[in-house]
Ligand binder design. Structure first.
Ligand code: SF4
Length: 374
């Protein structure tokens, strides 16, 4: 069986005001060296990984890559690994950074799933978020993606914006649902300290959304998306039948994946590796003939099982205790059964014939549930 391959592209045209991802604006001069370093790092892992079942090119804004660089990147991946015929290959795309020609080249290189970052269907909100595009740019990109042959498109949305009303959120959902994408992800805004939003919060210029209103927005989204034929399969993710994201399911099942690029993490053979975050240091390390890893953690069995339970619970199907016992060849029930039963008594988990999953109430306070397993 193969692994999932994640490739990080940490370049952005400008930084969004809420973003604390490992991405940088104004670093384009490092792009050619970075792509060479990626090529080199892929080669280094050739001896550890042979088949990949899923590929995910994320960022950052991978759609800033030129047509030539996209083809070269996929050539490098294929030169080092066998991409299974059935592989799901996803690329993140930002509206306003793609032409029809570029989307055709992405498709021709085998990408069969696009993830488009829209965030809001309201131009004023997009501006306040620091996004580089308008709603109209998004619609154009979406239509061009369909023209280029994509039949599996995800749209990313954010709710809980400090100024957002319930009505605006409903309009965003309605606007996206009308386009009928195969997959929709919705994330509640987290205001991180070292971002313009974090500074504005500290200075009292913006306020966090009221928790009850944010929960109501989430519940309304679940209702609306389900009513429109989307299967709610993960806390934040909704898919049309057969369109669940296979790559992300590798993370939620805590299975093996290889992460390439600045700041990428890998989980291989029960060991977690984290690459150096900064682009110049990443390039320096890889060209010094070294792995870019700066942290390596061999997970102890109990911790690994706890993390697996936590991640599995993100999936609304939950997990079967018997499957975990087989996978880890240990008595998982004696380790975590008591915690599961306490949470079940509190109405946060449901346990039926060995199948454990979040209840509707547990879904709303999932982070509290997860804390009990890590
Ligand atoms: S485009 Fe994405 S990665 Fe880049 S700054 Fe905005 S949110 Fe962050």
């Amino acid at each position: 069986m193969g692994v999932g391959l994640y490739l990080h592209f940490p370049f952005c045209q400008q930084k969004c005001h809420y973003c604390d991802f490992n991405s940088y604006a104004g670093m384009e001069h490092l792009l050619p060296r970075y792509l060479e370093a990626i090529k080199q790092e892929l080669f280094m892992y050739k001896v550890h990984v042979s088949v990949v079942d899923t590929v995910y090119i994320g960022g950052g804004t991978p759609s800033l890559l030129s047509i030539n660089d996209i083809t070269k990147l996929f050539d490098s991946i294929r030169r080092n690994f066998y991409i299974a015929d059935w592989a799901e290959i996803t690329m993140e795309v930002n509206p306003g950074t793609c032409t029809l020609d570029k989307l055709r080249v992405i498709r021709m290189n085998g990408v069969n799933r696009l993830s488009v970052g829209l965030q809001s269907f309201n131009n004023e909100s997009l501006q306040r978020l620091g996004r580089i595009h308008s709603v109209e740019d998004f619609i154009r990109t979406y239509q061009m993606a369909q023209q280029a042959g994509f039949t599996n498109i995800n749209v990313d949305l954010i709710y809980g914006l400090p100024w957002q009303t319930g009505e605006e959120w409903q309009d965003t959902l309605a606007g996206v649902v009308e386009l009928n994408p195969e997959h929709i992800s919705i994330y509640g805004l987290t205001i991180e300290e070292d971002t313009p939003f974090g500074c504005a919060l500290k200075a009292g210029k913006i306020q966090k959304m009221d928790e009850d209103l944010e929960a109501e927005m989430y519940e309304n989204a679940v209702k609306l998306l389900k009513a429109n034929g989307y299967d709610h399969y993960e806390i934040s993710n909704f898919a049309k039948p057969g369109k669940r994201c296979r790559h992300n399911q590798i993370y939620w099942r805590n299975e093996d994946y290889l992460g390439i690029g600045a700041g990428a993490t890998s989980y291989l053979g029960r060991v977690r590796y984290t690459n150096v975050k900064e682009i110049p240091r990443y390039i320096e390390k890889v060209f010094g003939n070294d792995y870019a890893t700066v942290e390596k953690e061999a997970l102890k069995l109990e911790k690994m099982i706890g993390e697996t339970i936590m991640l599995n619970l993100r999936l609304l199907d939950g997990f079967k205790m018997g499957d975990l016992q087989k996978r880890f060849k240990t008595d998982v029930d004696s380790l975590y059964g008591p915690t599961i039963r306490v949470l079940a008594n509190q109405g946060l988990l449901q346990e039926e014939e060995g199948l454990v999953k979040l209840t509707v109430h547990g879904l709303l306070v999932a982070n509290q549930v997860f804390q009990r397993f890590v």
